[in-house]
Design a protein around this ligand. Structure first.
Ligand SMILES: C[S@@+](CC[C@H](N)C(=O)[O-])C[C@H]1O[C@@H](n2cnc3c(N)ncnc32)[C@H](O)[C@@H]1O
Length: 217
């Protein structure tokens, strides 16, 4: 753990300040030790892509890698941006990504095959509501990304259909949790339940929820 002396309580870098210690003697943990193991994947996979997911790719990659995820499920394959970040990490962990989407997108699939990641990828072409039964027959989910239809109702349905299959200690991520009302309202409700969760406010928002003790609501 790196420790740095800080100038005072208004210093923007302050976090985890030791309580009960005079301000001038306080030390602050600027980065948790684990952060030093964070690194960038080969970003050439994302060259030229324009996506609201852009700012979350490194987080997704590192979360997947750090927790040695074996099974990631994403609802909403789209242009394969989140898929590539998951798959690059899953190549290292030996895990699999299951993407659920209403339709196939050959150009997006090409991005996966060009990187030699097809063997770790499964695609279910179906609405998330019907794909849920198939996903339940697979291994438990380490990370669930909800990024399909962004209405409040669908976001809620996706959560309740899939979150029970996320293992305890696993994560549920919601993209667009700041900019799209339905997702924002549902994730806000989840937060108000007091189960934890963090709203990352950049790049349209990413709500990060860690499932503990099998409680989802
Ligand atoms: C915002 S895009 C996903 C972006 C993708 N995660 C990425 O990073 O490129 C949303 C996707 O959800 C899909 N979708 C919408 N409604 C859905 C549903 N009910 N079931 C499954 N997929 C759905 C759309 O076809 C679209 O490809």
């Amino acid at each position: 753990m790196s420790r740095f002396r800080v100038a005072g309580p208004d210093d923007p870098s302050t976090c985890a300040i030791e309580p009960g210690v005079p301000v001038e003697e306080r030390e602050v943990h600027v980065l948790p030790a684990e952060m030093y193991t964070f690194r960038a994947p080969d970003l050439s996979a994302f060259q030229g892509s324009v996506s609201g997911m852009a700012g979350h790719l490194l987080f997704i990659f590192n979360l997947t890698r750090e927790m040695r995820a074996q099974h990631v499920v994403e609802i909403g394959f789209g242009e394969a941006n989140s898929a590539l970040a998951f798959l690059l990490a899953l190549r290292e962990t030996g895990g699999t990504l299951t993407s659920v989407d209403l339709e196939r997108r050959p150009q997006a699939e090409e991005r996966i095959s060009e990187l030699g990641l097809s063997e770790q990828w499964r695609f279910i072409e179906a609405p998330s509501e019907t794909a849920a039964a198939e996903v339940r027959r697979l291994t438990p989910i380490d990370i669930l990304m909800i990024d399909g239809l962004h209405s409040y109702k669908q976001c809620r349905l996706d959560y309740f259909r899939y979150a029970p299959w996320v293992r305890s200690g696993g994560y549920v991520l919601f993209h667009d949790s700041r900019t799209i009302m339905g997702v924002r309202d549902f994730t806000q409700q989840l937060l108000e339940r007091g189960l934890g969760g963090v709203q990352l406010d950049y790049c349209n928002g990413l709500f990060v929820f860690q499932k503990c003790d099998d409680v989802i609501w």
